[in-house]
Design a binder for this molecule. Structure first.
Ligand code: FES
Length: 164
């Protein structure tokens, strides 16, 4: 059976940590660019370590407390180390009604982790999220930058095999 897939975007970079300097240069002095700067850094590091938050604060000339406030407020960001691939399962009502929790259970079973955890090999982190904006193909998940829709639990092993 073919796996329905909705590819939204691929903005990903599996870049190196030394890319952080060029990201900071790009946004230097731009107080209004906190979210894009954090987003770009997280794309490189998979999460926002304390050291990066301090560097962002210095470069954008904003208080460190503001950087932490934004980094901890939005579910898009994580201040905890995460796996190479981030799996986000939409838990909003349309996806929930159409079986998102069955998808979550299968992901937990396949990966051997619970929501909020990272696999021991550091390959996957499993998270819940609010609406991904693809309700027309609910239930939906996002792995890194790719959205998969019209999901049922039996499609999960095939999807994960693309990332293993
Ligand atoms: S409710 Fe799940 S994608 Fe919108």
């Amino acid at each position: 059976m073919e796996t329905p897939e909705v590819e939204k975007c691929r903005t990903g970079s599996s870049g190196q940590p030394d890319e952080i300097d060029s990201i900071l240069e790009k946004y230097r002095g731009r107080k209004d660019a906190l979210i894009p700067a954090l987003y770009d850094i997280q794309k490189v590091m998979n999460y926002l370590p304390e050291s990066a938050a301090v560097k962002v604060a210095e470069a954008l000339e904003v208080p460190v407390s503001k950087v932490y406030g934004v980094a901890t407020f939005y579910t898009l960001f994580s201040v905890k180390p995460r796996g190479k691939h981030i799996i986000r399962v939409c838990e909003s009502a349309p996806c929930h009604v159409l079986g998102a929790m069955n998808v979550v259970k299968e992901l937990e079973r396949e990966l051997g982790i619970k929501v909020g955890e990272t696999t021991k090999d550091g390959r996957f982190t499993l998270e819940l999220t609010s609406c991904l904006g693809t309700c027309g193909v609910a239930p939906a998940i996002m792995i890194d930058d790719v959205v998969y829709g019209n999901l049922t639990a039996d499609k999960i092993p095939h999807i994960l095999s693309e990332y293993r």
